[in-house]
Design a protein around this ligand. Structure first.
Ligand code: FAD
Ligand code: SF4
Length: 512
């Protein structure tokens, strides 16, 4: 019997030689297809650096596949026959090549996967082995549980991977989690390593020209692009972090500082998410650094928890709950996203710093996303869909499976507490404790109700007052509501009025 002719689609976030759908292809008979399509590049206004990264990394990957003997069809954005969508290109190439089977590894975006499933093509789907926990495994773990908790899932993943475990299966150091040691502000005199940078090569420069021509209306700088686009350079970025960042990662994981966009963070999320780095290797390198005495346990455990705990957990929740998950809006928010999220034009220094570096580098670290831009959106009652669109557009590492649960669930608490048991709401005091932003701010973090008071302060109490019916019964907010109840009516009125005035300014389209 004649062997079937296969067409294997590789998406822009699947640039890994180990990809399940690439295995067993026949060099003469089968074809690998990579497509740059307008629909994926513009369904939200992606940061230009994110488009540069993906197109350039795809072009490099296509070359590397050819070098390994694969037959590759590469469709560039400028190709006059490009239909503009993934299903369109799949139809076109299946028909042109008369392929008997189309092989695809499961997508990172429910919308895209659905649009491919809606075609009548002879598709064979493959599980995405780049993750430690498959979709089905997560489903089985979640089944029958009243409440899901990341911490318990994480322990399962530690057991499964055997990372940082003693011979008898107990966690190294006697505890699963050392997060309490990972909340230090940056002391004076501690400086972050100079970030590893990668100059654009000829392929990347061609892509930059293309993106300048076609995506000039998207927000974000292009000329600062310095991100790795090949496996070798991604590996160099990772090696640099192992040498210069990881030891301090644990201690200063939550710290923030003016004009320090990266601090002791790895900057590997985009490379990991598109397949230039391998999760298992990254975790094993971190474990080795611990066993060799190069780093402390809180740094090793903290880093590994982000990867096999949070990263795998949010993916599991996404595929468990989509598509309903995307519509969550527990607080019934309707406010539009303020314009300054797209420009950084605000007098709040913390927001200016976090948004400014997001526009400059398509990057902000976790606490900036959660406790600055995210916290503001939560307190100000911005519509979750608008917040999610911003996060999906602005960050180089943003793909629906990871962005949506982090934003809609963790930041906006819009999923009703599925991802986090309480909203991560905080006043300006938290930002003051974890950063030096307040020192150079137009607003006074010590004030709550005056004209020049930190907006986070009144908005924090306003948020708690306006959602008391939903949040009061949350045990983890018990102390906060006790403090609120102890306040005098005059104070409560002043906080409420200041909150109302700030929200009215946002509604009028003013910046703060
Ligand atoms: P480091 O701080 O050095 O951490 C190491 C790695 O841990 C990261 O590279 C990442 O792969 C993983 N990680 C850490 N926290 C998380 C998390 N909560 N979820 C998933 N992975 C995690 N991460 C994305 O990869 N894509 C996103 O679209 C994304 N959107 C986010 C939106 C919001 C509102 C928030 C609060 C967080 C989001 N994160 C997202 C998680 C986290 O902020 C980024 O992974 C991290 O900032 C990437 O920078 P880094 O590589 O320097 O990470
Ligand atoms: Fe941000 Fe308030 Fe501090 Fe200004 S005072 S930096 S607005 S927390």
């Amino acid at each position: 019997m004649k062997a079937p002719k296969r067409l294997c689609l590789v998406l822009g976030d699947q640039l890994s030689f180990d990809l399940a759908s690439l295995q067993g292809l026949n060099a003469e008979r089968d074809t690998v297809l990579l497509v740059e399509v307008m629909e994926e590049a513009s369904h939200v206004p992606h940061h230009p650096q994110k488009i540069i990264l993906i197109f350039s990394a795809m072009r490099h990957f296509a070359e590397a596949l050819r070098d390994r003997g694969f037959q590759v069809q590469y469709v560039s954005l400028e190709d006059p026959d490009n239909t503009g969508s993934v299903p369109g290109e799949l139809h076109r190439w299946q028909s042109l090549l008369q392929a008997d089977e189309v092989h695809i590894t499961e997508c990172g975006d429910w919308r895209l996967e659905q649009s491919i499933k809606d075609t009548d093509l002879p598709i064979q789907w493959h599980a995405d082995g780049r993750f430690l926990c498959s979709r089905n495994e997560f489903l089985a773990w979640a089944q029958g549980k009243k409440q899901l908790r990341m911490e318990f899932f994480y322990r399962e993943m530690r057991r499964k991977s055997r990372l940082l475990l003693n011979g008898d299966g107990t966690p190294v150091g006697g505890a699963w989690n050392f997060d309490a040691e990972n909340r230090k502000a940056l002391p004076k005199g501690v400086t972050a390593p100079y970030p590893a940078r990668f100059a654009p090569d000829t392929i990347t420069l061609q892509v930059i020209t293309l993106v300048k021509e076609r995506f000039s209306s998207h927000y974000g700088a292009m000329d600062t692009f310095d991100y790795p686009v090949t496996h070798a350079d991604a590996q160099a970025l990772w090696a640099y972090f192992l040498d210069f960042g990881l030891a301090a990662f644990g201690d200063y994981q939550d710290a923030m500082a003016s004009n320090e966009p990266f601090l002791f963070h790895a900057r590997i999320s985009a490379a990991l998410n598109i397949g230039l780095l391998d999760l298992r290797q990254v975790c094993s390198d971190v474990e080795s650094a611990y066993w060799s005495g190069q780093i402390a346990l809180n740094a090793a455990e903290g880093f590994i928890r982000q990867l096999i705990g949070w990263r795998e957990y949010v993916r599991g929740v996404y595929w468990l709950r989509m598509p309903e998950y995307a519509t969550g809006n527990r607080f019934g928010n309707t406010r539009a996203l303020p314009e300054f999220y797209w420009t950084g034009d605000t007098k709040m220094n913390c927001m200016r710093q976090a948004i400014g570096q997001s526009l400059g580098y398509a990057y902000a670290h976790h606490i900036q996303r959660l406790m600055v831009t995210g916290n503001f959106a939560l307190l100000a009652g911005i519509a979750p869909t608008e917040v999610c669109e911003w996060y999906l557009a602005i960050y180089m590492d943003a793909f629906d499976w990871v962005e949506l649960p982090n934003t809609l669930g963790m930041v906006m608490h819009a999923d009703g507490g599925y991802l986090g048991s309480k909203p991560y709401c905080a006043s300006g005091q938290y930002i003051k404790r974890m950063s030096n932003y307040c020192r150079d701010c137009h607003y006074k973090v010590s004030e709550s109700t005056t004209e020049d008071a930190c907006p986070f302060n009144a908005l924090y109490w306003h948020f708690l007052m306006r959602h008391g019916d939903l949040l009061r019964s949350n045990q983890r907010l018990g102390m906060v509501y006790k403090n609120l109840d102890r306040m005098q009516d005059t104070k409560l009125d002043a906080l409420w009025n200041r909150g109302q005035a700030l929200l009215a300014r946002l509604d009028a389209g003013e910046s703060l």
